[in-house]
Ligand binder design. Structure first.
Ligand code: CU
Length: 580
């Protein structure tokens, strides 16, 4: 009897101590000038920018009442790194787990968060978060394994900034005028969405610093002069303490580290973020890739300029060990590879491909298709050719190999999971070769939700399909999302059908826009195997065309037009002269 009382009391505990944290967000335009060089329109919340950092405690319920106050474009929010186990409909990407909100529409995101750690949230509508709708989301862990090791917590975001808004940049990027797919280069780097960020510290204390890269494009090298960082968390997963002098953080990655301050206050120190210029096809004149903040011990002392560094030698996150010591998942039950490449399609623009497919959204959100397709939910074809659908069975041990057949670095992100980084090759190692005996997998691989893949290299990721739902896997460089580097993972849709439903206010978003909420990717609810009318990517280039060929063609056409213009001008001038 006693034990029964104790057990039922215990079961009450979470509901007694956890709370609901509610935010009312109206997405609106406002203006900002974060790098001090250029005032521009940005996307804010409730008329403010930067938008609020969400702070919550492990076990709390987060409620966000979202209104799309933008007069001209749709929006939605994604909670980067949160598993949404049991609440797939709250994940946020448009045409994947919901319809996007048209101007004036509203809906509620409502879910509990049992994952402590450092996350962020952002719009998951094409090209929107680079215009400002991005901020950290912190899930505090007062009883966590490191809670007694620090005195204070601090959040630092890194980001990149464009003076132009994303839609015109996107139009230029994804066009016949840019056949090589050169990505727009940011105008500056930011720290906490500003420059010259002050970080006031007291001597002899330990701070837990949560570092979040919210960039559209640029990874950053990060260091604090004169101080060592002790990494304790990446992407929401606690790690064994690991010392780092410099950290490399791709777009969308997070890291937390302990920083113990010096005992004297005689000097202040530069905090430096430096965008990885290897990512940029060309470096514009006058670009300052660095952003500097300061660790301030004494406001009366000068703020030093950062010292020159000879080489970037960042900490290798592959060497991290998860604090729980979880072993490598052995013997995958489902192993597959995605090959990354860039190429031109028939419209002349440069697209990004996984296994020859560049992502095109379906007519019905993929989650809604999965919930309504009955037994056919396990058949990938119903989700549409160009959503790049891959179906897992419940509790599959999934092995995902990424072969990067592209000379660029890519940070790949999986929704709904962290994965083990079993292996990462060096630059230009080519495709993963399972029979190469020199390859050694990590035995206790670190887990994270966003991983860097080297140019021309490969990685091997493993995770367990224990979260029924529809989860995107994509590059987190926003330009590559826009050019289609996305696959759709449909995990245990049969279990999903028995356990999850869509909230009415989500369905209302679609219905008010006359968007279908049942049917396959082509919105065919009669015959899920008939994909007639599905959204498809532009047709391939005619055989023999290459990017260089397109450049040559574009320039010869331009030359021809100039020639015609000159002749016309010359001809008309002659006429005028004769008349005179
Ligand atoms: Cu990419």
């Amino acid at each position: 009897m006693k034990s029964f009382v104790a057990a039922s009391l215990l079961s009450l505990l979470p509901s007694v101590f956890s709370k609901t944290v509610t935010y009312d967000f109206n997405v609106t335009y406002t203006t900002a000038n974060p790098d001090g060089q250029f005032e521009r329109r940005v996307i804010g919340i409730n008329g403010e920018w930067p938008i609020p950092t969400i702070e919550i405690e492990k076990g709390d319920r987060l409620v966000v009442n979202l209104v799309n106050g933008l007069p001209d474009v749709e929006t939605s929010l994604h909670w980067h790194g949160l598993f949404q186990n049991g609440t797939n409909a709250m994940d946020g990407p448009g045409k994947v787990t919901q319809c996007a909100l048209a101007p004036g529409q509203k809906m509620t995101y409502n879910f509990t968060i049992n994952q402590p750690g450092t996350y962020w949230y952002h719009s998951h509508i094409k090209g929107q978060y680079p215009d400002g709708i991005r901020a950290p989301l912190i899930v505090r862990d007062p009883k966590g394994p490191y809670a007694k090791k620090y005195d204070e917590e601090v959040v630092i975001s890194l980001s990149d900034w464009y003076h132009d808004e994303n839609p015109p940049l996107l139009a230029k990027f994804l066009s016949v005028g840019n056949p090589t797919g050169a990505e727009p280069v940011p105008n500056s780097a930011l720290m906490n969405e500003t420059q010259g960020m002050p970080f006031h510290v007291k001597p002899g204390r330990t701070y837990m610093v949560r570092l979040v890269n919210m960039a559209a494009f640029a990874a950053q090298y990060f260091w604090i002069e004169g101080h060592t960082m002790r990494i304790i968390e990446v992407d929401g997963e606690y790690t064994e303490e690991a010392e780092a002098e410099m950290i490399y953080l791709t777009a969308a990655q997070r890291v937390s580290f302990l920083l113990t301050t010096k005992n004297e206050t005689t000097k202040n120190y530069a905090i430096v973020g430096s965008m990885d210029e290897d990512l940029f096809d060309q470096i514009p004149d006058g670009l300052n890739s660095n952003v500097t903040g300061h660790l301030i011990y004494s406001a009366a002392r000068p703020l030093p300029e950062p010292a020159f560094v000879d080489a970037f030698e960042p900490f290798d996150d592959f060497t991290l060990v998860p604090l729980d010591g979880e072993d490598l998942w052995e013997e995958p039950t489902y192993s597959f590879a995605l090959e990354v490449m860039m190429d031109n399609l028939g419209d002349g623009a440069n697209y990004a491909f996984f296994n020859g497919i560049t992502y095109v959204p379906p007519k019905v959100p993929t989650l809604y298709t999965a919930l309504n397709a009955g037994n056919l939910s396990l058949t990938p074809e119903i989700y549409g050719r160009d959503t790049n659908p891959i179906v897992f069975k419940h509790h599959d041990v999934v092995e995902l190999i990424i072969n990067n057949n592209d000379p660029g670095k890519h940070p790949f992100h999986l929704h709904g999971h962290t994965f083990q980084l079993a292996y990462r090759s060096d630059v230009d190692a080519g495709f993963f070769n399972a029979s190469d005996e020199s390859i050694e997998f990590a035995q206790k691989p670190m887990r994270r939700d966003t991983v860097l893949v080297n140019p021309g290299g490969n990685v091997v990721l493993r995770f367990r399909a224990d979260n029924p739902g529809v989860w995107l896997f994509h590059c987190h460089i926003e330009w590559h999302i826009e050019s289609g580097l996305i696959a759709t993972f449909i995990e245990a849709p049969d279990v999903l059908q028995k356990t999850q439903t869509i909230p009415e206010d989500h369905l209302d978003i679609c219905k008010a826009q006359n968007l279908p909420v049942v049917g396959n990717a082509a919105a065919n609810a009669q015959d899920y195997l008939d994909l007639t009318g599905q959204n498809l990517s532009p047709a391939p280039l005619p055989a023999g065309f290459t990017a260089r060929g397109i450049v040559a063609l574009v320039f010869s056409v331009i030359a021809a037009f100039i020639g015609i213009a000159v002749i016309t001008l010359y001809g008309s001038q002659e006429l005028k002269q004769k008349k005179a």
